[in-house]
Design a protein around this ligand. Structure first.
Ligand code: FES
Length: 585
């Protein structure tokens, strides 16, 4: 259905998907109505109304979503006001700080859960409530596959951290002060002060980490109300946005405005541009690729590199810059940044407002040009990320150049190899470790299958003896990811990963590795014959899982350059497998 037809289209009540549960007169619908009555609702509450699922990732173990207990009431208020019937469906919380070995292992599980909740229950559309790193891509992946009208309510960033008058940013200042503690420059008491002051309110990490990047990506793709991603979680305007989202989803259901109406290859280009202009998390690359493949769009790493070459970095936010998300919001937020990027974006892209991206940002203004830079005064003119290739990363690896010390972007050094995270943890601070600031630290077996789950181990620690000498950055290479709040000359996402026999597995202690970011190269300086000999000697490790989710994950997860989705969930043209005949129990 074309956009112009769509804008005047209004579904009839009989066309609602939930009509099959509630509207028909049969034994099964008796069950649905009688059980809804059991929950205290009368037929007036839902008859002829869109049923809106609220997929809520609140839990007692997710500090980024503590306010969702209140926000869900505001979403419900909006849905009631607009004539919908809200049903809250709790879903896996994916709490980044607590879930081990990494929440990334479970991103695809929440994606499946989102899709199947929407399929199995009488949902006409959904409000997705997430924000802590993996929740955003997970819920959107599932929603894209199910293709019902959805609106994303981002958790919003927490307030600025504070310690002894200094502003603290999630993650970034953790790494910074941890290094200072290990170097002996601050005391245990200082460290305790940082611990108590760095996370002061509900909301997700307030640096430009994965959470802020992905909620901004979601808004740019058109899944959230304009400006939603930048509002701090405790701000009263966040509660207003929640109820507005509740009202809007009811309209979207009547309009039949679905993800397939708003996401196109060009919408992904817009999202990549924004992630780059924000100097966003490298994790967003994996998630954006996965989202695109869910939409049947084969987005490659090369597209990120191409767009990075002429996208300026305009957001002066940690870890690449100075400020935090609270400052970004007061400076005008994402609409203001988008407005500064106008000529690089396709403004005709449709969004969940029913309007175009261009219409959504009409009149957006910057109120602090140090936080959101002008095009004449960017933080950097290009290269928010760089995609590297070479004989140890034939399918690509990524680096975030603005987060690295510039002299390391073209560097050759001797590899100091760790075969696993445990190996690294055991030896990195050994006084007799043969390493200096020119060495290149290599961590293997940290990828999607090898770790498993491709944890955020990629900001490999600098040995204590070098920290004490004032070294704060070194070239580090792994097939892991890195927290979006991290910084350093860290080459990440090496593909294929070492655990499955990618050539990265064949790097040995003492090999010379050449990193050349301007030329986009990453090579170990050995001959092809030597590489082939090492490959012939390589023995595949035993599988890590005999049963359960781990076994499913290991069998089906794709490599980093393909988004780490499950092969059986991606790239399939959207095909609606509706609930069919709902069962009565
Ligand atoms: Fe939830 Fe950082 S811990 S976003």
């Amino acid at each position: 259905m074309g956009a112009s037809k769509k804008s005047t289209y209004k579904k009839s009540a009989e066309e609602l998907r939930s009509h099959r549960w509630y509207g028909v007169k049969d034994l099964r619908s008796f069950g649905h109505r009688s059980r809804t009555a059991q929950m205290g609702f009368t037929q007036e509450d839902y008859t002829g109304k869109p049923v809106v699922a609220i997929i809520n990732t609140w839990s007692d173990i997710n500090p980024c979503h503590t306010h969702f207990k209140q926000r869900v009431e505001e979403v419900k208020r909006g849905i009631w006001q607009a004539g919908g019937f809200p049903i809250e469906l709790p879903a896996s919380t994916l709490s980044e700080p607590f879930q081990k070995p990494t929440a990334m292992l479970y991103r695809n599980l929440l994606a499946m859960e989102t899709e199947e909740l929407l399929r199995a229950y009488p949902a006409d559309g959904a409000v997705l409530m997430g924000g802590c790193d993996k929740t955003t891509p997970a819920m959107l992946m599932g929603a894209i596959s199910m293709n019902l009208p959805v609106i994303f309510v981002p958790a919003g960033p927490m307030l600025r951290g504070n310690w002894q008058g200094a502003t603290l940013g999630s993650g970034s200042d953790t790494w910074k002060y941890w290094a200072e503690l290990r170097a002996g420059n601050i005391t245990e008491q200082d460290w305790q002060g940082v611990e108590n002051g760095i996370a002061r309110s509900p909301g997700h990490c307030m640096t430009m980490g994965t959470a802020s990047t992905m909620t901004s990506v979601a808004e740019t793709l058109g899944f959230s109300l304009p400006g939603a991603a930048s509002i701090p979680a405790p701000d009263s305007r966040h509660a207003q946005m929640a109820s507005q989202s509740g009202r809007r989803i009811v309209e979207m259901i009547w309009e039949d405005l679905k993800p397939s109406d708003i996401i196109t290859p060009v919408a992904f280009d817009n999202a990549i541009r924004v992630a780059l202009a924000l100097s966003g998390s490298t994790n967003s690359i994996v998630h954006i690729v996965a989202l695109a493949r869910r939409a049947g769009i084969d987005l490659t790493l090369d597209r990120f590199d191409e767009l990075a070459r002429d996208t300026p970095i305009l957001a002066n936010l940690r870890p690449a810059g100075h400020y935090l998300m609270e400052d970004f919001y007061y400076a005008g937020g994402l609409p203001a940044l988008l407005n500064n990027l106008r000529d690089l974006l396709d403004l005709q892209q449709k969004t969940i407002t029913g309007k175009t991206l261009g219409e959504n940002i009409e009149g957006a203004k910057v109120f602090n040009e140090d936080v959101i830079r002008t095009r004449e005064n960017p933080l950097a003119t290009s290269d928010g990320i760089a995609v590297l290739r070479g004989n140890i990363a034939p399918n690509g690896a990524v680096i975030k150049p603005p987060a690295a010390e510039p002299h390391l972007l073209k560097h050759t050094g001797k590899a100091v190899v760790f075969e696993s995270y445990a190996d690294m943890a055991a030896r990195i601070d050994a006084p007799d470790l043969d390493i200096d600031e020119h060495s290149i630290i290599v961590l293997k077996n940290a990828g999607p299958q090898g770790a498993p789950g491709m944890p955020e181990w990629g900001q490999l620690p600098i040995p204590q003896k070098l920290l004490a000498r004032g070294v704060r950055d070194m070239v580090r290479i792994s097939d892991a990811r890195m927290s979006g709040t991290s910084y350093g000359a860290c080459v990440l996402h090496v593909a294929p990963e070492s655990y499955i026999g990618g050539p990265f597995a064949f790097v040995q202690n003492g090999d010379l590795i050449e990193l050349d970011v301007p030329a986009r190269k990453l090579n170990v300086l050995i001959s092809d014959a030597e590489m082939a000999a090492r490959q012939a000697r390589w023995v595949a490790p035993e599988p890590k899982f005999e049963r359960g989710y781990g076994k499913l994950y290991q069998r089906h997860v794709s490599q980093a350059d393909k988004g780490c989705d499950f092969d059986f969930l991606e790239t399939i043209p959207v095909k609606h497998l509706d609930a069919g005949e709902p069962e009565i129990h």
